[in-house]
Ligand binder design. Structure first.
Ligand SMILES: Cc1cc2nc3c(=O)[nH]c(=O)nc-3n(C[C@H](O)[C@H](O)[C@H](O)COP(=O)(O)OP(=O)(O)OC[C@H]3O[C@@H](n4cnc5c(N)ncnc54)[C@H](O)[C@@H]3O)c2cc1C
Length: 432
């Protein structure tokens, strides 16, 4: 009987386990499953690792997600805003030009229509080429610089198809004040009615799943035809392993790694996410789904209103915001102590008019070492080299940091199911 070890216990791992026919076991270093899809609670305020909403271009997949959540669902319509100069402008920016001052509308529209930017070679040039100088300078460049913490000219083009391009008609309509909506695939989204986004992981997990928590994988090696996995104390044995843990963590568990692999893994660019929950003593922070904050002097790039996704996320009579910040080990924000960052977030929220300091009744900060894959100019070379090497050892890779790709929950679910089907076929073939 084939036995599969699933390294890591996030959404990709529970999805794979759900659809696998051979016996499998999930090994997770934290005290519970969920990874980036965990939800947390302090003083009755529930929050996720940044806003986690369920949407997809794949309608069949969304139907399957609904079935898994079995009625524990809120149907929401996006109300995202961008804080632009002194006002809120609907998201996406290019669908709300009519809300800007006339000079800004003119600047955005004329440079969109008369766009002479050359064919792009990097992400920054792509923004100018696709949207024109006005939209780029006013919003897309400042906002993207904040989230990626990497000069945009150092980012490649391989991933940009996930940023939808607006139809010309929509940009013109929006400039003259006719209502349009962009990014239609996420205009309507789902969110669990109770339990935060972690409810999806709980629902996806088979009731009879074999799960070992508090098991931090430290060693992985092949012995004959078996894989041996160890946390430094207890060794476990499998016929196959699928790794959903971040590539740098996986490589550090292996012995006898060639120098070029160690070097490649040390050069991978990714951002940590720091999340600050701020609960207030009134219901005023529930009218929007999220606010995008391109201003360079505000520490956060995005704010999510947890009570908008579900009233169950906030105590009666109260509401909350979560502030998201990205950083990495060469960025100043990396060193800022937790307490100082919470204070800075509250000060920025007050200065920008979101709340008054004396309304705050709860705060909590959490840091997640792996948040966003950054597609710098070395991405293809480094990730290609690592994947080839790990696959040559016979290790299957899965998930956002397992495969090292900027993928969301829908794609994680799709890939988890697809890999399960491939392994099921191999299992069936081996059994005659
Ligand atoms: C700020 C933010 C907002 C997001 N918003 C959305 C959204 O709105 N909609 C959407 O669809 N997606 C969103 N996502 C993406 C979504 O979170 C991911 O696609 C998904 O959670 C990835 O699941 P995973 O299982 O691949 O990885 P992970 O959740 O990272 O799981 C990996 C697991 O491996 C474990 N692990 C690591 N090292 C070890 C070790 N040595 N031993 C054992 N276990 C280990 C970790 O603890 C973790 O549980 C967002 C992500 C972020 C960061």
């Amino acid at each position: 009987m084939m036995r599969i070890g699933i390294l890591g216990g996030g959404l990709s791992a529970v999805t794979l386990n759900r659809f696998l026919k051979p016996e499998s076991e999930i090994l997770e270093k934290e005290d519970r499953l969920g990874g980036l899809c965990r939800s947390f609670c302090t003083q009755g305020f529930h929050y996720d690792v940044g806003g986690h909403i369920l949407f997809s271009k794949d309608a069949a997949l969304m139907e399957a997600v609904k079935e898994v959540l079995a009625g524990n669902l809120n149907y929401c319509r996006r109300n995202n805003q961008i804080l632009f100069k002194d006002r809120y402008v609907k998201y996406p920016f290019e669908n709300a030009l009519g809300a800007l001052d006339k000079e800004d509308v003119y600047d955005c529209l004329i440079t969109y229509l008369k766009n002479e930017n050359p064919k792009p070679r990097n992400f920054k040039e792509w923004i100018y080429y696709t949207f024109g100088n006005g939209i780029a300078n006013n919003y897309l460049v400042p906002y993207n610089s904040k989230i990626w913490k990497e000069p945009l000219e150092n980012m490649e083009l391989g991933w940009v198809e996930r940023v939808p391009r607006p139809p010309l008609e929509d940009v013109v309509k929006s400039a003259v004040g006719i209502e349009t909506e962009g990014y239609l695939h996420q205009l309507h989204f789902l969110y669990p009615a109770t339990g935060g986004i972690e409810a999806l992981v709980t629902a996806m997990c088979r009731p009879d799943a074999q799960v070992i928590t508090n098991y931090e994988i430290k060693k992985l090696k092949k012995s004959g035809r078996k894989w041996l996995v160890s946390d430094g104390t207890i060794e476990r044995e499998y016929d196959e392993v699928v790794s959903t843990i971040p590539l740098p963590e996986l490589v550090s568990c292996l012995e006898g790694i060639p120098a070029k692999i160690t070097q490649a893994v040390s050069q991978l660019r990714y951002n940590q996410v720091r999340v600050v929950l701020v609960g207030v003593n009134h219901e005023g922070l529930m009218d929007k789904s999220a606010v995008y904050v391109p201003q360079a002097d505000a520490v956060f790039h995005r704010l999510c209103y947890m009570g908008y996704f579900s009233r169950a996320n906030v105590p009666a009579g109260k509401s909350s915001i979560i502030a998201e910040m990205t950083t990495w080990n060469r960025h100043a924000l990396y060193q800022v102590p937790d307490e100082a960052l919470v204070e800075r977030v509250i000060a920025d929220l007050e200065r920008l008019g979101f709340l008054h300091k004396n309304e705050v009744v709860a705060t909590e900060i959490r840091n997640f070492p792996y948040g966003y894959v950054v597609y710098d100019l070395d991405y293809q070379r480094l990730v290609g080299c690592l994947r080839d090497y790990l696959q040559s050892l016979g290790i299957q890779l899965l998930g956002r940091f397992g495969e090292f790709e900027y993928i969301n929950m829908d794609e994680v679910i799709r890939r988890g199911k697809r890999l399960a089907e491939q392994l099921n076929e191999r299992f069936a073939a081996n059994n005659g």
